[in-house]
Design a protein around this ligand. Structure first.
Ligand SMILES: [Zn+2]
Length: 270
């Protein structure tokens, strides 16, 4: 086995074609270039999701093929913060769908979209649905914290809203992966959204009603959550839990049965 055989683009086309019959799960990582408070780099979503994907791929040899990362996401609500790159929602939907349909065209039948940026999710959900409706493949999308909710809740100290963006969660994982790039002296707690029983933001629990405002209306530094509670130790526990769950998801999805469609418009044969 060559090293790093999980990287899709490292194959020649004849070698890639040889891999198709074994039906590895093709994973498409997507992140964003986006403000993450005064303490985290713009690459936070890209760096975290890519690190999670490569670790999972290394732990599931032969079961997963990793596509290159799509480094930009849907960010219109963050554009008051310098550095953020925004791809319009419809544009992003069509771009990601073109990627999944290309993968399906080559015969891969299990595609997972691994997301590092919350606001990509409604679009990626549609991409996954359309991939199923318009190809022979099954496709699912997830955002990484959702894979290990119980383990994250166990180490969490912040109140509701404390794990939303540039927060206890993301800062902890970044500290674990590359602490030198985190400016912890700049980390500030911000829970700026109006208090509500129905509208809040938290990666571990969505609110009953969905509302996404311009971020500069409720956040001074581009934080929603409490990064002051972050630690590398928490980050390691969270990272390991997410990667291990990801490996289980890939294994399960690879073997997921796909039923046959039935056209109920035709009278039943007697
Ligand atoms: Zn983020």
């Amino acid at each position: 086995m060559e090293s790093r055989t999980y990287l899709y683009e490292h194959y020649t086309w004849p070698k890639l074609a040889e891999v198709v019959p074994s039906q590895p799960v093709v994973v498409l990582p997507i992140g964003s270039v986006e403000d993450h408070g005064r303490h985290l780099p713009l690459d936070t979503d890209n760096f975290l999701i890519w690190s999670i994907c490569t670790a999972a791929a290394e732990r599931s040899p032969g079961e997963m093929l990793l596509l290159p990362l799509i480094p930009y996401g849907f960010e219109a609500h963050h554009m008051d913060f310098p550095g953020t790159i925004d791809i319009g929602a419809e544009h992003l939907l069509h771009f990601v769908l073109d990627v999944t349909k290309s993968v399906a065209c080559h015969g891969f039948q299990r595609i997972l979209i691994a997301d590092g940026h919350g606001s990509n999710m409604p679009i990626l959900d549609l991409v996954a649905r359309r991939t199923i409706l318009e190809t022979d493949s099954l496709c699912a999308a997830f955002i990484w914290p959702s894979l290990a909710l119980d383990e994250i809740r166990r180490v969490r100290e912040s109140e509701r809203g404390g794990m939303a963006h540039a927060c206890e969660l993301e800062t902890s994982v970044y500290l674990h992966l590359d602490g030198q790039r985190v400016e912890m002296d700049q980390a500030k707690k911000e829970l700026g959204m109006p208090k509500s029983d129905f509208i809040w933001m938290d990666l571990l629990q969505g609110s009953p009603a969905l509302l996404m405002d311009h971020w500069s209306r409720f956040s001074k530094g581009g934080v929603s959550g409490d990064p002051t509670l972050a630690s590398a130790e928490k980050g390691e526990i969270i990272f390991e839990a997410v990667v291990n769950a990801f490996v289980r998801l890939v294994r399960e999805f690879k073997n997921r049965e796909r039923g046959e469609r039935t056209n109920h418009h035709q009278p039943e044969a007697t």
